[in-house]
Design a protein around this ligand. Structure first.
Ligand SMILES: [Fe+2]
Ligand SMILES: [Fe+2]
Length: 404
């Protein structure tokens, strides 16, 4: 059946899509893409299997990256304010994504969203004029394979079609139908307002893991450095796996800051930061498995002890406290693996070092942004953080910020 966009383009005999319609479409794509970010950050904390966490982490960045690309194209058009122009029925779809009844249903909902976005992109590409709409053609040709890759990755972690998941995706589809579909051009089917599940999502304070992963103190930096090469390498890869704590910290910031007065660039940087930490945990998974060891331990103390702080303090604590503290270890670690001829581990250590430099930059930029017109400066904030942590860090050696 031809879509309403197809009918519109052919009725007007433009053989392409005018600016007003293009802008409406791109705003709607950007809104749906962006809405997935806080939902994914919330479920990243709750999904118990680390494989699911990794997939949700990659997916979150893909949504942020596509949002950013669409926003850049909107700026080149007469694009207006992308969020101010979103109709309540579509806003409802974006707000509902997080409220899945369980993790399998949430993953099914994310797959449904990707399928809807991919179908809309295909339709848009089919109908675009290759010259007049060349900007969107280039954009959508780049976004479509990314949507399809993410769909493949999500199918690998959650192919179970539970009864809950079916009810959930039907509910989301009904909400989208009430908004005229992704394009907003389809006939609107009124929604009866009924919610299929009583439970609504709440952001948890704890990071969930399944029974394979147990809380552990992990080796301290000092004791790791005294181990023979092979044991030290395993211990260091367990530290990489433990970067789930940093990813979780950034996930809480993304989730809690979502409705704060902040520019898109903040959410974009934090989404990148989050994704990097997810990848660092993935480095641990990959290398441990290659070395014949299953990931089995986490130490979430740094995450747990910062959870009562405002998101600004959590951001400052991670980027200008912990990440600055760990930085001097990075270069010697790369050198050690290079000298040992272990170029595989060297690769991961090298990329981690590079990413961490960006995280400190993000921290400087955004902590200063949020402190604008504040009576306090960065050092005052750090004093407030130190005062908060003082009670909880009594077991740490003097001058140390981290137990590992
Ligand atoms: Fe990291
Ligand atoms: Fe980092």
């Amino acid at each position: 059946m031809p879509t309403a966009l197809h009918t519109y383009v052919h009725t007007r005999r433009m053989n392409g899509i005018d600016v007003k319609t293009t802008v409406d479409l791109l705003r709607r794509y950007a809104f749906l893409e962006r809405s997935a970010i806080p939902a994914l950050a919330g479920w990243f904390l709750r999904a118990p299997a680390y494989e699911t966490k990794l997939a949700l982490g990659h997916l979150l960045w893909s949504h942020a990256d596509r949002t950013d690309a669409i926003r850049r194209r909107l700026k080149e058009l007469r694009g207006g304010h992308s969020e101010a122009n979103i109709e309540p029925a579509l806003a409802r779809v974006g707000e509902e994504l997080v409220h899945a009844p369980d993790v399998d249903s949430f993953v099914a909902g994310m797959r449904w969203l990707l399928e809807e976005l991919a179908a809309a992109a295909r339709d848009h590409l089919d109908l675009a004029d290759r010259s007049a709409n060349a900007g969107e053609v280039r954009l959508l040709r780049r976004l479509l394979p990314d949507l399809e890759d993410q769909l493949t990755a999500l199918r690998a972690v959650g192919s179970k079609e539970s009864p809950n998941a079916r009810v959930w995706t039907k509910h989301l589809a009904a909400l989208l139908a009430a908004a005229g579909g992704v394009s907003g051009l389809e006939p609107r089917v009124p929604h009866d307002g009924a919610l299929p599940f009583a439970s609504r999502f709440e952001r948890v304070r704890e990071m969930a893991f399944d029974e394979r992963i147990a809380p552990s103190s992990l080796e301290s930096y000092q004791s790791r450095m005294e181990l023979p090469f092979e044991e030290r390498r395993i211990a260091e890869m367990q530290i990489f796996f433990n970067e789930f704590y940093a990813a979780a910290l950034v996930a809480t910031i993304l989730f809690d800051a979502w409705h704060a007065d902040a520019p898109w660039e903040f959410f974009h940087d934090l989404s990148h930061h989050f994704w990097d930490e997810v990848r660092h945990a993935e480095f641990g998974v990959l290398r441990l498995k290659e070395l014949g060891v299953e990931p089995s331990a986490v130490n979430l103390s740094l995450f747990d002890q910062s959870q009562d702080l405002p998101f600004l303090h959590r951001l400052c604590y991670l980027t200008l406290g912990l990440e600055v503290f760990y930085m001097p270890r990075k270069k010697p670690r790369v050198k050690r693996y290079e000298d040992a001829g272990d170029h595989r581990t060297q690769l991961f250590a090298d990329v981690d070092w590079s990413d961490e430099g960006n995280h400190v930059q993000y921290g400087r930029r955004w902590v200063e942004h949020f402190l604008k017109d504040d009576a306090r400066g960065v050092e005052d904030l750090q004093r407030e953080i130190a005062a908060h942590l003082k009670e909880k860090q009594v077991h740490l050696p003097a001058g140390q910020l981290s137990p590992f």
